[in-house]
Design a binder for this molecule. Structure first.
Ligand code: AMP
Length: 142
């Protein structure tokens, strides 16, 4: 992997920092966001290369990331959610806190009214057990 020193998501991709994994293959890793906007909020990152934002990322890596986002979205629908949002922030002024490209896949419960509340930690897990239940539900449906 073409890693960047001191990049949090490169360290997660390499397994040097733990994450709650939903899916991985040779190209991508999908794992739970630590401060979920909705329970089940998942991030998809590349394991192959470090780049910061959409316009810095080669098309083949983008294709792999989007295929990963699709896989996670399909799992959310199979798991019984009513829909999902895909968000990808670019650069600090675009709200990007971690400068390693990632897609947010955010499940929306059936019948959920109103717009997405885009706020870090808007819907935290009660405890690690609840977090692990959501992870298991998504993993089971991938
Ligand atoms: P962005 O603002 O688009 O860069 O999103 C970065 C996301 O990474 C935020 O939603 C954070 O909650 C999430 N995050 C930061 N550190 C971790 C971590 N160690 N494990 C999982 N998610 C993280």
């Amino acid at each position: 992997m073409d890693v960047a020193m001191d990049c949090l998501f490169c360290k997660i991709a390499k397994g040097d920092i733990p994450s709650v994994k939903i899916y991985e293959d040779e190209n991508i890793l999908a794992f739970l966001d630590i401060s979920p906007v909705e329970k089940g909020h998942t991030l998809v990152i590349s394991k192959r290369a470090h780049s910061e934002a959409l316009i810095d990322t080669p098309p083949d890596i983008l294709a792999e990331l989007l295929a990963g986002a699709k896989k996670v979205g399909e799992a959310m629908m199979k798991a019984g959610f009513g829909g999902f949002n895909v968000i990808q922030n670019n650069y600090r002024d675009g709200g990007q806190a971690v400068p390693h490209i990632h897609f947010h896949i955010i499940p929306r419960a059936k019948g959920r009214k109103g717009p997405l509340e885009w706020r870090s930690g808007a819907n935290p897990y009660r405890d690690d057990a609840e977090r692990d239940e959501f992870a298991a539900l998504l993993r089971k449906n991938i």
